[in-house]
Design a protein around this ligand. Structure first.
Ligand SMILES: Cc1cc2nc3c(=O)[nH]c(=O)nc-3n(C[C@H](O)[C@H](O)[C@H](O)COP(=O)(O)OP(=O)(O)OC[C@H]3O[C@@H](n4cnc5c(N)ncnc54)[C@H](O)[C@@H]3O)c2cc1C
Length: 426
């Protein structure tokens, strides 16, 4: 049986990040990925000359993910997103108020609403997030805004930053922190997120890690230092430590789905953040002046990612991402959600259907497996250890609360590696 110091299960951003830090310190590290390519939800698909990330993906300029990448000597080639666009309301399409001047000009709000919005936006930018960790977003918004339209706009902005549509559960402090991180700007990556993923995989290899695709893990057993990973083809691999950089339900299954175990409790507690994504490539944009839009009353997002990133073989083609932020209380209805997103696109880009090269609809994709609720944020237990299985560690965007989305995946990979390094006998 082959033997390793660490086996990392999952070759998404968190698993690859963990592998780089572990291998750099000399631990014999093996990464096993079930699919034929790296990146998980951060991967990119090529469709008829256009690159589709899995739904809309933007990297924060000032997020912890980019800092970790830079620490590893990586800075993905990207186009800077220029703020601005449209705000759709029941009364029509208006300017999106992203600056004081745009707020003055927009027809979406009354004069009184504009005054309140200007005041609240100042608060959002300057608030100390830690002071509002134990408030829900709905409580914070109700305390700080009186006009219904101002409240709706705040919800739209916080959906954009956090991808979540659960204001009565998500922590306000987490949303404020995410908004402030986003204030430093975001970037769409040239070549899609796959370019970043592949450079991270190369970094792991050059640090000495061994990376294997098409290796589905079906079971984990043992405890440190005698642990075992079983693959779908029946092979077994021995290791001292395991990093499960996969989703919590799969980690629970791999460990035998033991009722009342730590992972069983984690699975019960976590609320996934879900969305419906419509990815579209067009021969040309019917309205070239509309690159970005949000809806005030409905949880919709639209953005032309090829406005700043190189995503198409033919420069005239465009890649659009539309997204519906699903609420945990929504009844799933793929046909309804697709029709809603197509209707939103009809409004923004009339005639787009005549220009379609290809499209893809993902009806129910998990943006992250763990909504950062008030209860989760308030618990100070480390989320990357499994107390009842010494030697098993967790990584993934759902295992940390001090960052969100891909930033959380990078942070979790690094923190989990550091935790293993602090106990490993080199
Ligand atoms: C629609 C959408 C939009 C998003 N937009 C943004 C954004 O704008 N900005 C941002 O920062 N983040 C965004 N994210 C979040 C970001 O993509 C994720 O946080 C990040 O990619 C998660 O990485 P991960 O390593 O935690 O998990 P994953 O990417 O899920 O990686 C887990 C890996 O484990 C593998 N695996 C699972 N089971 C097994 C097994 N049994 N054996 C072997 N391998 C296994 C999977 O194949 C996968 O490759 C978005 C996500 C989605 C879905």
């Amino acid at each position: 049986m082959e033997r390793w110091d660490v086996v990392v299960i999952g070759g998404g951003l968190s698993g690859l990040t963990a592998a780089v830090y572990l291998a750099k310190q000399g631990l014999r590290t093996l990464v096993l990925e079930q699919s034929s390519r790296w990146g998980g939800r951060g991967a990119t698909d090529e469709r008829e000359g256009s690159l589709f990330n899995i739904g809309p993906h933007a990297l924060s300029n000032q997020g912890q993910g980019r800092k970790i990448l830079q620490e590893l000597g990586l800075d993905p080639d990207a186009g800077e997103v220029v703020l601005g666009g449209r705000l759709v309301t029941q009364s029509g399409v208006h300017g999106l108020p992203v600056s004081a001047l745009e707020l003055l000009k927009t027809t979406a709000f009354s004069f009184r609403e504009k005054i309140e919005l200007a005041r609240v936006m100042g608060k959002v930018s300057k608030a100390v997030p830690e002071a509002s960790m134990q408030l829900t977003l709905a409580e914070w918004v109700e305390q700080n805004a009186r006009h219904e339209n101002v409240r709706k706009f705040l919800y739209a902005l916080f959906r954009l930053g956090s991808y979540s549509n659960a204001p009565t559960r998500v922590s306000a402090g987490v949303c404020l922190r995410q908004f402030q991180v986003g204030g430093g700007g975001v970037r769409y990556l040239h070549g899609g997120w796959q370019a970043m993923v592949d450079s991270l995989a190369d970094k792991a290899r050059s640090a000495g890690a061994v990376l294997r695709t098409e290796q589905k893990v079906i079971a984990i057993s043992g405890t440190h230092p005698e642990m075992k990973v079983v693959l779908a083809d029946g092979r077994e691999i021995a290791t001292q430590h395991i990093v499960a950089a996969i989703n919590p339900q799969v980690a629970h299954q791999l460990t035998g789905a033991v009722p009342n175990s730590h992972l069983a409790k984690v699975c019960k507690r976590l609320i996934p953040v879900l969305g419906a994504a419509l990815d579209v490539s067009l021969r040309r944009l019917p309205d070239p002046n509309t690159d970005f839009a949000l809806h005030l009353d409905r949880p919709y997002y639209y953005s032309n990612h090829s406005s700043v990133a190189r995503l198409t073989r033919d420069d005239r083609h465009v890649v659009l991402h539309l997204f519906k932020y699903l609420s945990p209380d929504d009844t799933p209805d793929a046909a309804r959600d697709r029709a809603e997103l197509e209707g939103f696109l009809d409004l923004l880009q009339p005639g787009w259907k005549n220009e379609v090269i290809t499209s893809r609809f993902l009806p129910r994709i998990a943006v992250t497996y763990g909504l950062q609720t008030v209860e989760r944020v308030g618990s100070h237990e480390p989320e990357n250890v499994v107390p009842d299985i010494p030697g098993l560690f967790l990584a993934g965007d759902w295992t940390v609360c001090d960052a969100m989305l891909a930033d959380a995946a990078f942070v979790s990979g690094k923190e989990t590696a550091q935790r293993i390094l602090s106990v490993a006998i080199l």
